[in-house]
Design a protein around this ligand. Structure first.
Ligand code: NAG
Ligand code: NAG
Ligand code: NAG
Ligand code: NAG
Ligand code: NAG
Ligand code: NAG
Ligand code: NAG
Ligand code: NAG
Ligand code: NAG
Length: 503
């Protein structure tokens, strides 16, 4: 427990049923609050699809092989919506490699002449998907890093190369003096069929894939599955995949294009639009690692939902850190809270998917699992604040933050708010100052009817260097709908407001 309401301790004891129309006196620190925060649920922004992670690249095995009871604890931390992060999206790496060594995800059809064989395993990811399903996850997103090698200009699924038959790469057997593996054939339709069969394989296991993607960082050339593409070439595959999904009666949305950063995602989207392919898509996907900018600064030019489908502090090789705040580096929890906040507010993003949830190396995943029991990264707590309380189908709503004192606190106080489908309201407040900040939170629209106030319970959870998602005593919203709260230095606080009568 911690007490965010030092200034209004009296308020904490108002009991919903007995408080009647007796608003408690509210004591405010001399000089008044430092910051005022107004919530307005009549201003409505993007819908939120959820938060998630991935266990591709054989990382699922570290989780599967964790000894009991640690394995159960970690799965619970990831998926439990009451006691864990309650992640609501699982990103699945759709394999194209000849085998499952290192960072390879094996293909169900590794050569042109082999049959399509579903191995009921998928590098351990099927097991993770089953755990997710058990906890109520309904958004499964499969994404291929590449087509299998036999479909590509370079004859292999790694080291870049293009899908045979997309515009500009053609199917000629010789390109720039190098003999291509295409052998005069286009594999655009065959790749679409391959993706359909993969989706059907998951369906046969009871896992309904909701979205499928066919590219990942299409400017990268690496020693693992990589396939090059611009937005026009992506359009060629998107048209074919759209037809193939429809022909198979699968109601699965297509996503594109997993550009490595925001600026590149913006370019791929505009090329897709120019090629007339935006209508084939259900989601625009981007990573937030590299570019100018790498992370969302303003919305992409689309009315489709936009997801950040990969990010983590992996690029800086800082290693996973259990620290919440020390020096503001990218592997700390508070930094991560600000990262998600910016994507949701400045970027109009509808989902944020962390790279790997649990992995054996200390490169930046949420958990470090080689040495049981396990360690929890500070960024896990940051993500949990958003994931556990902002449920799929929520809508981001209006907030304004202003400094009311002579201090310049407001620029370091970052606020966002969301209304869940059941009417509960979630307010996320990051205090990035070195001193605590007192804020008057006003939300006239919380109080739906003149007498409903006494039944509005506010659950407050806070993370800082000495607390992890710690729940404070429940408080009840006063009659005027104003709540004065203390936000500790370098903290993230979630106010979860639920009024009785909401369903
Ligand atoms: C796995 O496939 C890669 C090509 O992606 C190949 O270089 C490697 O030799 C294969 N490893 C094994 C053990 O077959
Ligand atoms: C699943 O595949 C992996 C290789 O990715 C292997 O190590 C593991 O034993 C397989 N599990 C089962 C149940 O076949
Ligand atoms: C062929 O050469 C041109 C010009 O050097 C280059 O832009 C293009 O990427 C090359 N294509 C392939 C498939 O290597
Ligand atoms: C898709 O549904 C239509 C109409 O229900 C049906 O005629 C067709 O056979 C189905 N196709 C497949 C591949 O199941
Ligand atoms: C935004 O996208 C539309 C197509 O949806 C396009 O016509 C327009 O030119 C784009 N605007 C910018 C600034 O890119
Ligand atoms: C924000 O995203 C939603 C889709 O999730 C879209 O309808 C809306 O137009 C976007 N807003 C802006 C300002 O781009
Ligand atoms: C909070 O979690 C971190 C790991 O992220 C751990 O090191 C720390 O001891 C925990 N603090 C409390 C008060 O539980
Ligand atoms: C900053 O702190 C993080 C842990 O919070 C640590 O990993 C990193 O090395 C530190 N950086 C510097 C420059 O001290
Ligand atoms: C806030 O005030 C402090 C102390 O006066 C100053 O160092 C800092 O630059 C100010 N920050 C902003 C964003 O104005």
């Amino acid at each position: 427990m911690y007490s965010p309401t030092l200034l209004l301790g009296q308020l904490a004891v108002i009991a919903g049923a007995t408080a009647a129309a007796q608003p408690s006196p509210v004591t405010i620190r001399a000089g008044g609050p430092d910051v005022s925060i107004a919530i307005d649920n009549e201003i409505r922004y993007q819908a939120i699809d959820g938060f998630g992670f991935c266990e591709a690249f054989q990382r699922a095995h570290a989780l599967i092989n964790l000894p009991a009871p640690y394995r159960d604890e970690v799965i619970d931390l990831l998926f439990n919506p009451d006691t864990g992060a309650g992640f609501s999206i699982l990103r699945i790496g759709l394999g194209s490699s000849p085998n499952s060594t290192l960072d390879h995800m094996n293909s169900p059809q590794p050569s042109a002449h082999s049959p399509f064989v579903w191995d009921h395993n998928d590098s351990g990811q099927l097991w993770v998907a089953r755990q997710a399903l058990r906890y109520g996850v309904r958004t499964f997103y499969a994404d291929a890093w590449s087509a299998p090698g036999y479909m590509k200009t370079n004859g292999r699924d790694d080291q870049g190369g293009w899908l045979c038959g997309v515009r500009g790469e053609g199917v000629a057997s010789t390109i720039n003096g190098t003999t291509s593996a295409c052998g005069g054939a286009s594999w655009v339709e065959a790749y679409a069929e391959y993706l359909v069969r993969y989706v059907q394989s998951y369906l046969s296991e009871g896992i309904p894939i909701k979205f499928v993607g066919f590219l990942n960082e299409p400017n990268a050339i690496k020693g693992y599955a990589t396939m090059q593409s611009d937005g026009y070439q992506a359009a060629d595959e998107a048209f074919a995949l759209s037809l193939a999904l429809r022909a198979s009666n699968l109601s699965v949305g297509i996503s594109c294009c997993e550009g490595q950063g925001w600026s590149y995602a913006r370019q791929l989207l505009s090329e897709m639009q120019d090629a007339g392919a935006e209508d084939t898509l259900s989601l625009i996907t981007a990573h937030a690692y590299k570019g100018a900018p790498a992370a969302p600064d303003s919305p992409l030019n689309t009315t489709l939902p936009v997801w950040i489908t990969e990010n983590s502090p992996i690029m800086q090789r800082l290693g996973m850190s259990q620290t919440w705040y020390n020096n503001g580096s990218e592997n700390e929890g508070l930094y991560w809270a600000v990262t998600i906040h910016n994507a949701l507010t400045a970027g109009n993003v509808s989902a944020y998917i962390y790279w790997i949830g649990s992995e054996p190396y200390q490169v930046g995943g949420n958990f470090y699992v080689t040495d049981p029991p396990y360690q929890i990264g500070g960024n896990f707590w940051a993500t949990s604040h958003f994931s556990r309380f902002i449920r799929p189908g929520a809508t981001r709503i209006g907030t304004t933050t202003a400094s009311t004192a002579s201090k310049n606190d407001s620029s370091s106080v970052m606020v966002s708010a969301y209304e869940n489908k059941d009417g509960s309201v979630v307010v996320q407040v990051i205090n990035n100052c070195d001193q605590s900040v007192t804020a008057a939170v006003t939300a006239p629209n919380w109080v739906h009817t003149p007498t409903a106030w006494e039944a509005c319970e506010v659950d407050t959870r806070m993370t800082d260097n000495t607390h992890n998602l710690t729940l404070a005593d429940a408080i009840y919203l006063p009659a005027d709908g104003n709540l004065d709260t203390v936000f500790p230095p370098r903290s993230l606080t979630t106010l979860f407001v639920k009024c009785s009568g909401e369903n």
